[in-house]
Design a binder for this molecule. Structure first.
Ligand SMILES: *[C@@H]1O[C@H](CO)[C@@H](O)[C@H](O)[C@H]1NC(C)=O
Length: 225
């Protein structure tokens, strides 16, 4: 391989990494077309503020020092600083969240349709894991887990463009856990698997769920309840 070829490859890699920079997809669920282009102008789902009236507070958020109240069914509370409450993040492709867990609290299996993440444990012991998608024939989806302590980091989806991988976090210690998550999106969104499958309105037909889980209808009714 000659040097020009290698340079071409390097340039292509650089270009493609620029092309797939964070937040490549629209941040709204749908975009209903309008005929009059003057009706409104949206950038990434938000109208932009005039630069003349932008000030430092537009890039400022406070409160991530505060304990989120995890006294709920899951024992987990997520406090997010994203483009919805930190307006300066719009179009920047990053955001941050604080996770609080009570002992044995769970952030149930979920995906972020729009982001990959880096998770950092500040306090306590947190069991984290993710599952690969689309295994080749005769293989099972593979689970990767780790139990993290103070100062340790885990990446729930190590491959770029694998934003949708199912992952979870579980407090296995007897004390509270505080963790922070950085996202590659201004608003990563969340899709909680059990809520979507068992908690939809109206419920998915038990016949469908039965086939998926190989359980009988009575158990499915119980799960959906
Ligand atoms: C998370 O904690 C905040 C602050 O205490 C509280 O207002 C909010 O209701 C909690 N959310 C859940 C889902 O428990």
């Amino acid at each position: 391989m000659g040097a020009p070829f290698l340079i071409t490859i390097a340039a292509m890699a650089l270009l493609s990494s620029l092309a797939v920079a964070s937040d490549p997809s629209p941040s709204q669920d749908f975009c209903v077309a309008i005929n009059d282009p003057n009706t409104a102008v949206f950038v990434n789902g938000k109208i932009c503020k005039h630069p003349k009236v932008v000030n430092a507070d537009d890039f400022f958020f406070q409160g991530l020092n505060k304990l989120g109240n995890a006294a709920n069914q899951q024992g987990c509370n997520v406090t997010s600083a994203n483009a919805n409450n930190l307006a300066g993040l719009n179009t920047l492709g990053v955001s941050l969240a604080r996770l609080d867990f009570f002992p044995y609290g769970l952030n149930p299996p979920h995906t972020h349709p729009r982001a990959t993440e880096v998770l950092f444990v500040l306090e306590g012991t947190l069991h984290v894991g993710f599952v690969t998608s689309n295994p080749p024939n005769n293989m099972k989806n593979q689970l990767f887990t780790k139990t993290l302590n103070l100062g340790e980091i885990f990446i729930p989806f190590p491959l770029k463009k694998k934003e949708g991988l199912i992952h979870f976090q579980f407090n296995v210690g007897k004390m509270n856990v505080v963790a922070f998550v950085g996202f590659s999106s201004q608003n990563p969104r969340v899709n909680t698997i059990a809520n979507a499958v068992f908690g939809s309105n109206p419920p998915i037909s038990p016949d469908v769920i039965t086939k998926v889980l190989l359980l009988d209808n009575k158990v499915i009714d119980l799960l959906e309840a």
